[in-house]
Design a protein around this ligand. Structure first.
Ligand SMILES: NC(=O)c1ccc[n+]([C@@H]2O[C@H](COP(=O)([O-])OP(=O)(O)OC[C@H]3O[C@@H](n4cnc5c(N)ncnc54)[C@H](O)[C@@H]3O)[C@@H](O)[C@H]2O)c1
Ligand SMILES: [Zn+2]
Length: 375
């Protein structure tokens, strides 16, 4: 870890720096003055992040006042080839050249999309990430994974493309809704569970609505993500630690968008995945019962339950088989050996996964019966 001066801390994530602290935006402003002519700068955001966060960005980075914003609709559907085609065309109309710079101002949708566009337009132009959602700050904007959805599959097409830098300005979170905030908290909990018991307990005990309290925890979560990416920038092995909760979580997420119920946010689905996969960790004899009980009580209390039937298991397993991370055949899980300690590539079969789904289904029923006054 190095510091670049007062109030800015620099961490490294594989091939790019991540800046944290009170003065990250003035630092971005100084860099841009020398390195990025205003007529070659593009700010990409969704309509919400451009409304909520662009005015504040411009007060710190006046240089961007003449940069033309590129606006997409909020939400996952913007990670599409149609949106890319429109933006590639737009950049071409404006005669954007190899020296152009895209500033991704938004959540994970914007950094995934904008990183992909920057990595592909004219074989690559420069980009920086200025995350505005908690999910973006602690996870999506860091590590160089970019991409879009295609053929009905999330993140099917994409590339590793490092941003020049990630600038984490925590005050942007002031306007983020509570559900979106919790969505990012799920990934912070994951970081603690796979890498640091101290971080896990700190997040667990924090009043999450208080951004002042959250700021140092965001810092620690970013540091964990950076450390894991540094160990394994291209996801050959160690980076799979970050898949904890995601094998079952991705299937839950996809399943929720197929059915009649409200769709789950990514972090909400990962929270369910973490309950199931912590349970599998216990069943495999890797995680002690006390730790499992603690994790389960925490997550079921924090996130709304997702109800499904025994009949849905088949479809969920099918969705898991389609998940690119399990392409080798059977299921390979990242499981816990303890709070703060995980192991990758544990092979499990469909029957074992089915038991975990059973466990969660009954847990939700039990929890609803005891905690929902209308049940
Ligand atoms: N590349 C990676 O390593 C990685 C990791 C995790 C997630 N992701 C991707 O990230 C995406 C999810 O990210 P997300 O949860 O940030 O979603 P998102 O980008 O859709 O943002 C969530 C919502 O919050 C709004 N928002 C963002 N910042 C705001 C602010 N400051 N104030 C008010 N509203 C604000 C957005 O407009 C949007 O409606 C998914 O597409 C996922 O695949 C990528
Ligand atoms: Zn995730």
């Amino acid at each position: 870890m190095t510091t670049t001066g007062k109030d800015v801390e620099e961490l490294w994530a594989g091939g790019h720096p991540v800046y944290l602290g009170a003065h990250v935006l003035p630092m971005l402003a100084r860099w841009m003055e020398f390195e990025a002519p205003p007529e070659q700068c593009y700010v990409l955001g969704d309509s919400t992040t451009l409304r909520q966060c662009l005015p504040e960005l411009l007060t710190y980075v006046p240089h961007l006042q003449h940069a033309e914003p590129i606006e997409v609709a909020p939400g996952e559907p913007s990670k599409s080839i149609e949106v890319c085609t429109a933006i590639w065309g737009h950049l071409s109309d404006r005669e954007a050249e190899r020296g152009a710079l895209v500033v991704n101002l938004g959540g994970g949708v914007v950094s995934d999309l904008g990183g992909f566009i920057a990595g592909t337009y004219k074989r690559g132009i420069r980009h920086v990430n200025v995350p505005t959602s908690l999910m973006g700050m602690v996870d999506a904007s860091i590590g160089g994974k970019t991409g879009i959805d295609a053929a009905g599959i999330k993140n099917l097409v994409g590339l590793f493309r490092d941003p020049l830098g990630v600038y984490v300005h925590v005050p942007f979170l002031r306007t983020l809704g509570k559900r979106e905030l919790l969505n990012g908290v799920a990934e912070m909990i994951k970081h603690g569970l796979v890498r640091s018991a101290d971080h896990y307990h700190a997040v667990r005990e924090a009043p999450l609505h208080d951004i002042g309290v959250l700021a140092p925890l965001i810092h620690d979560s970013v540091a964990i993500k950076c450390a894991v990416v540094n160990d394994d920038p291209h996801e050959q092995s160690a980076r799979k630690l970050l898949n904890f909760g995601h094998t079952i979580g991705h299937a839950m997420e996809a399943h929720s968008w197929e059915g009649q119920q409200r769709g789950l946010l990514h972090g909400e689905a990962v929270a369910i995945g973490m309950i199931c996969e912590a349970w599998l960790s216990w069943r495999q004899g890797l995680l002690d019962r006390g730790s499992f009980d603690q994790i389960e009580a925490h997550l079921i209390g924090l996130f709304k339950g997702y109800a499904f039937n025994n009949d849905d298991h088949h479809r969920m397993l099918e969705l898991m088989r389609n998940d690119k991370k399990n392409a080798e055949g059977g299921f390979r899980f990242t499981l816990l050996r303890g709070i703060g300690d995980a192991v990758v590539n544990v092979p499990l079969n469909a029957a074992q996964v089915g038991e975990a789904l059973d466990h969660y289904r009954l847990l939700v029923r039990h929890h609803a019966a005891h905690h929902d006054p209308e049940a």
